[in-house]
Design a protein around this ligand. Structure first.
Ligand SMILES: *Cc1c(COP(=O)(O)O)cnc(C)c1O
Length: 360
């Protein structure tokens, strides 16, 4: 077997143990004679997987009982549209603009002609930071942030406090640290970065928030539809939820989310140290106090595209993939989600140091 170190931003690396377990069970799931993919979503066989995933998420992520856990489809991007459809009540809606994903979410509020306000933005400095002192109005219908900015490599260290319901796009840092649920009313994520394969969208939301929905919202686009039917209103992405369940079991084996957080801190520190100790050969895109533990975006001195391309080529020759930065800022990006091993980080750091020594 020849598994690459996959630094891609998403769909991203999945723990090898999870894939091995899926492989082992692929043809005959727990003695049933069928694959879990072939099981009815109403069967007992599947129901155990479905409810098991929800129970493990509740346990590991310490989700309070007054929150719903839902599995939807359409990616995080459908949530950009569904959130205003379901939560707007005719008052103002406030967003923080910290990158491309925030902008896409904002666009969906605009097309619905709602009373939108951008309370903070770091767009003027190429989204190199989380703006300081973000304040939302207590009486806003809801407030919205993107907890980790996958492209620019910035991340909130703590979520802003507000009396308005706070909605968090955690697509690229879900399950990577414990969440303070007293601050959050809704948190959602496409699974494909930190929780499994694409096709499943996780939505965790305070139950009382969901009842706001207006009669004009189509049935399938209402959170209440999915909440009332335990995410079985229509056929859910069963195989994705199965892999999500295995990923939750993997997190539990690592010692839970706090243990995973500690590993993430160690992993990110190795990479940022390599950048900071390179005598300016490497420069991180994000300001230091906004640095993401999940996506490390960096350039080579003077944004030297030729050297950057050469380094990317060298990583590929050494069994590392997915390091090309997003086209909007160029350079390199190392996505180091929960499932990226410390060995992967060490291999990358070693190559970066060797490359810098060679070229400096
Ligand atoms: C990847 C990503 C998205 C988009 O997810 P889809 O599932 O492709 O719609 C949204 N927000 C953030 C923060 C992301 O990283």
């Amino acid at each position: 077997m020849n598994r690459a170190f996959n630094f891609g931003a998403g769909p991203a690396t999945i723990p090898t143990e999870v894939l091995e377990e899926a492989q082992k069970e692929l043809l005959d799931f727990k003695g049933s004679g069928i694959s879990i993919m072939e099981a009815s979503h109403r069967s007992k066989l599947y129901e155990e997987v479905h409810n098991g995933a929800i129970a493990l998420m509740r346990e590991l992520y310490e989700i309070p009982d007054d929150y719903e856990v839902m599995f939807l489809q359409g990616g995080a991007s459908l949530q950009f549209a569904m959130i205003p459809m379901n939560l707007a009540m005719g008052g103002k809606i406030q967003y923080a603009n910290t990158g491309s994903w925030s902008k896409k979410a904002i666009k969906e509020v605009k097309v619905q002609n709602l009373d939108l306000e951008i309370v903070a933005s770091s767009e003027e400095t190429a989204f190199d930071r989380i703006p300081e002192d973000i304040t939302f109005d207590d009486d806003a219908d809801y407030a919205y942030i993107t907890s980790n900015n996958t492209i620019y490599g910035t991340q909130y260290k703590t979520y802003p406090s507000t009396k308005a319901p706070l909605v968090v796009d955690a697509s690229s840092d879900i399950f990577s640290y414990p969440v303070d649920w007293s601050k959050v009313d809704m948190l959602f994520a496409g699974a494909q970065k930190n929780a499994g394969p694409s096709g499943v969208t996780i939505v965790i939301a305070k139950k009382e928030l969901l009842n706001r929905v207006k009669d004009s919202v189509p049935t399938i686009l209402r959170y209440t539809t999915h909440a009332e039917n335990n995410s079985l209103y229509n056929t859910p992405p069963t195989f994705g939820i199965y892999l999500l369940n295995l990923t939750m079991e993997w997190i539990k084996k690592q010692g839970g989310i706090k243990a995973v957080q500690k590993m993430n801190e160690e992993k990110a520190a190795l990479l940022y140290d390599a950048i900071d100790n390179s005598n300016g050969f490497y420069t991180g895109h994000a300001q230091k106090d906004s640095r993401s533990l999940m996506n490390v975006s960096f350039n080579i001195k003077d944004k030297n595209a030729e050297l950057e391309a050469e380094l990317i080529k060298r990583t590929e020759e050494s069994g590392m993939i997915g390091l090309k930065g997003h086209r909007s800022i160029g350079g390199l990006r190392a996505s180091i989600y929960n499932a990226m091993s410390i060995d992967g980080i060490k291999a990358l750091v070693e190559l970066m140091e060797k490359f810098a020594a060679e070229k400096q």
